[in-house]
Design a protein around this ligand. Structure first.
Ligand code: H53
Length: 856
């Protein structure tokens, strides 16, 4: 057989072109072949969508080619493996990003032109992959781009047969699908809901994003694992003693879907492996034998619901069983994959901590801790202490929030029925840990109870963050101030006990997506003025623009690029909302999830104030007003009433202002529906000013600010999360800062109703209360939230300084030279906020991995 295989391999290898060609006619042929054989349309008759599908498959072929090479290289080198576990990824579209990272976007554009198609137009045909809610999910996507670009070893389970054959031929070591970094997630069938605005209210529609197929994923029918739930735990005799055995009641199959993620300027192409739930192969003979065939099939089918829908609330976890099932399903499948791979080349677990590191992206995958213990103790029969020692060496944990409702708690009742063995394990971990704790801190029962993994109370729960902290060697926040808050408030008790565990990694975003893909003309301008494209991989080079910040020629070109982006955005606004806006007005943008702490309401009340001022000023004075187009976008979690009301208020105010002839082009307000990654790619390059106005001490980081900064948009911001560090990079004078500082907030809150608020604030709230914008009853509770001592997020207190910051922005905008200089300095100072830097910090300080560049 060996001989036969060798001959076969040589024949096969002889037939293979080493690399697919990327000259225009090869690309054209490829695309047309895909039209004919993949999309199954005639090459003489296909529309834009079909052309997109063919194009995507042609790009995918090239991705797969590099992906194979990367995996073989990693296999040969066998470096340390880091596994990144995240329940959410917001990938957006893939076509442009992939073609640019592969370095063949322009070749495709030329090839398509001759066929009568525009690359850009086809790229628009792609829907967003929205397998996540907000900042955390988009951050994960940016981090993947950096991991690939910086050549960090990332795994993939490639077309194994071919890989085996090639590795035989090349006399590489045996292929065992060894991988070096795994990024795992869930393949939700329904992504984040689509937001439709009807009469100003948010309505949610399901996002069945797979309806039109997904050319970027590869289904791995042979990579499946059983995931078990429910059942009972029994004692069993073992080696003269007893041991626990879990007898699960339900089994669901996890199937892998691999998504190749290309780096930029490198052949390295890594894998995002997403799990989908499928009915298990195990047949419930009982039901079939009793003749209940239909019900048996229907019950099996229900398994798929586990991965069917993404939870649309990114911070309050209401102890829903399905959510818990998703978490465990994800964790169990990923760990089976990881452990199987490890065992393929190791006969025991001695080297596990040297070969495997597990990154918990927020608390969502924290059940991985209990699951590793369960597998090591119950299945691999390791002694408890040895298993615990391994667990403490492999986990690291990133927390993304300071909000108490963001810290997950899982009701014990629920866990007891769904994962009875895991509950026992968590109790056992907690018992040992509390005993140890008593030795360290004595019998301080208050503190012991605060630090316990198990929370006693009306609803007994497991505190997932405590579990993650106890078992991780490193716990990091996502900005410096966030980390300070963790140390001094949220996790103070833990920090005092284990100061060495805590550090911070300031978030970053990828300049490939947020400048190169979304703002190609700015990208070209930057390369021209820096004389190199090297900044795309080495973003610190952007600092070179500082020297040119006063150059009149650059100013002119910079303004031209910004104007064209604004025109593109203005067209979109008109198409979406029917509102015509003037591009000479200042485009003032706030796009993010709607949340009270992010204070979209402060923005709307500020707009009402501006409107009120215009209405009440002498006609002759109106010429002094700096025209504004205020743009707000974002989704509210479906059950979050106040957030929904903020959306409605925004639309009600827009309706009034946009139809008021007194105001004309001086003020417009637009609510952009269905905010997502693609919309952000359009809006951010066209923004002059962007708002990041959370109550200080509430935004762990905020990454939107970084995207605007890179694009030369000025920031109007409170000192919170990332904006503090942005201020340190570009200087206070290049931003419009306002508001209470983080350390002032608690004392201000104490004042309650005695806290002084400016008259203008009372006046604008009164306008809403009095029904000036209609819907008086509906808005009443919204107004109550910010008055009468209820103003938890300090809108009233910050209002005055907010208006002053807005006035400063107006003044600066009038001086276009000053504004352009500030804009250039913003881009020039954005280098620190690249996810390349963040990932390098994780790799060096937390994971201990090194780049592993594919040499081909
Ligand atoms: O994570 C972002 C931060 C942002 C924070 C956000 C986040 C979620 O998107 C979801 C859950 C959660 O606990 C935190 O709100 O400040 O920039 C990435 O770190």
């Amino acid at each position: 057989r060996g001989g036969e295989t060798r001959v076969g391999v040589e024949r096969m290898f002889g037939l293979m072109d080493r690399f697919l060609k990327s000259d225009p006619s090869s690309l054209q042929k490829d695309i047309l072949d895909h039209v004919e054989y993949t999309v199954a349309r005639s090459r003489f008759s296909f529309d834009d969508f079909e052309a997109y599908q063919a194009l995507a498959h042609s790009v995918r072929d090239r991705l797969i080619e590099r992906w194979h090479d990367t995996q073989l290289h990693f296999k040969k080198k066998d470096p340390k493996r880091i596994y990144f576990l995240s329940m959410e990824f917001l990938m957006g579209r893939s076509l442009s990003n992939s073609a640019i990272n592969l370095g063949i976007r322009d070749q495709y554009a030329d090839a398509l032109k001759e066929l009568g198609f525009e690359f850009e137009v086809l790229a628009e045909q792609e829907g967003d992959a929205a397998l996540g809610n907000g900042g955390l999910a988009r951050l994960s996507a940016c981090q993947m781009d950096s991991l690939a670009t910086m050549d960090y070893p990332a795994w993939g389970c490639i077309a194994m047969i071919l890989a085996l054959l090639i590795s035989n031929l090349l006399r590489l070591c045996e292929w065992d699908s060894t991988t070096a970094l795994g990024i795992y997630g869930l393949r939700y069938q329904y992504g984040l809901f689509r937001q439709v605005i009807l009469d100003g209210y948010q309505h949610e529609q399901p996002d069945y994003w797979l309806n039109f197929g997904n050319p970027w994923e590869i289904e791995r029918v042979h990579v499946t694992y059983p995931v078990k739930f429910y059942g009972t735990v029994e004692d069993e005799n073992f080696n003269g003693g007893k041991r626990k055995v879990w007898l699960p009641g339900e089994t669901v199959e996890a199937v892998a879907y691999d998504n190749p993620i290309p780096g930029h300027g490198t052949r390295n192409t890594i894998t995002l492996r997403l799990w989908a739930a499928k009915p298990s192969d195990q047949i419930d003979m009982e039901s079939y034998n009793t003749g209940d065939y239909i019900n048996a099939v229907v019950n099996r089918q229900r398994a798929e619901t586990i991965s069917s829908v993404l939870y649309p609330d990114d911070r309050s976890y209401q102890g829903k069983e399905l959510r818990l099932k998703q978490q465990y399903f994800f964790v169990s499948a990923s760990l089976q994959d990881i452990i199987r791979r490890f065992k393929d080349s190791h006969s025991n677990f001695d080297d596990f901590p040297e070969k495997v590191a597990l990154q918990l992206n927020d608390t969502h995958p924290s059940f991985a801790i209990a699951e590793v213990m369960r597998v090591l103790v119950d299945e691999e029969h390791l002694d408890w202490n040895r298993a615990w020692d391994i667990v403490c060496k492999i986990f690291s944990f990133t927390t993304h929030t300071v909000l108490p409702e963001g810290l997950e708690k899982v009701p014990v009742d629920l866990l007891e029925s769904l994962l009875p063995r895991h509950l026992q394990i968590i109790y056992d971990i907690n018992f040992d840990y509390i005993e140890e704790l008593k030795k360290r801190i004595g019998l301080d029962y208050d503190r012991l109870s605060r630090m316990s993994i198990v929370e006693d109370g009306a609803i007994k729960s497991i505190r997932m963050a405590n579990l993650a902290i106890v078992c991780s060697h490193t716990v990091n926040g996502v900005s410096r101030v966030h980390s300070e808050l963790l140390k001094t408030r949220v996790f103070k008790d833990f920090y005092e006990l284990w100061p060495h565990k805590f550090d911070y990694k300031t978030n970053g975003v990828t300049q490939r997506r947020w400048i190169v893909v979304s703002n190609p003309s700015l990208s070209a301008l930057i390369s021209k003025w820096l004389g190199t494209e090297a900044w795309i991989r080495d973003v610190d080079l952007l600092a070179g623009l500082q020297e040119q910040a006063a150059n009149a020629d650059l100013h002119e070109e910079w303004r031209m690029v910004r104007k064209v982006n604004k025109m593109r955005l203005a067209e979109y606004i008109e198409a979406m909302s029917g509102v015509k806006v003037s591009v000479s007005a200042m485009f003032d943008v706030q796009i993010k999830r709607i949340h009270e702490y992010k204070r979209q309401l402060l923005n709307v009340l500020g707009i009402i104030h501006r409107y009120d001022c215009i209405k009440n000023m002498e006609k002759s004075d109106r010429t002094k007003v700096v025209p504004r187009v205020c743009i707000i976008g974002g989704k509210a979690a479906p059950g979050y009433e106040i957030a929904r009301k903020i959306i409605k208020l925004c639309n009600a105010v827009a309706e009034k202002i946009n139809n008021d002839p007194d105001v004309g082009d001086l003020l417009k307000l637009v609510f952009i529906p269905d905010y997502n990654v693609s919309v952000a790619e359009l809006v951010i390059p066209g923004a002059d000013l962007s708002q990041h106005i959370s109550t200080a001490g509430h935004e762990a980081s905020g990454t939107g600010s970084m995207k605007f900064l890179m694009n030369g948009c000025l920031l109007l911001a409170t000192e919170d999360g990332s904006t503090v560090e942005i201020m340190e990079e570009i200087g206070k004078d290049n931003m419009f800062l306002f508001g209470a500082k983080m350390h002032e907030v608690p004392a201000l809150r104490e004042k309650g109703p005695t806290l002084k608020v400016p008259l203008q604030f009372a006046r604008v709230v009164r306008m809403v209360r009095d029904g000036y914008f209609g819907f008086q009853d509906y808005f009443e509770s919204l107004c109550d939230k910010v008055e009468g001592g209820n103003d938890f997020y300090l809108l009233g207190y910050d209002f005055q300084s907010y208006l002053e910051a807005q006035a400063a922005a107006d003044k600066a905008f009038v001086d276009q030279e000053k504004w352009t200089r500030m804009s250039i300095l913003s881009t020039a100072g954005s280098g620190r906020f690249s996810s390349d830097r963040t990932i390098e910090e994780y790799a060096e300080k937390t994971w201990g991995i090194e780049p592993c560049r594919c040499p081909f």
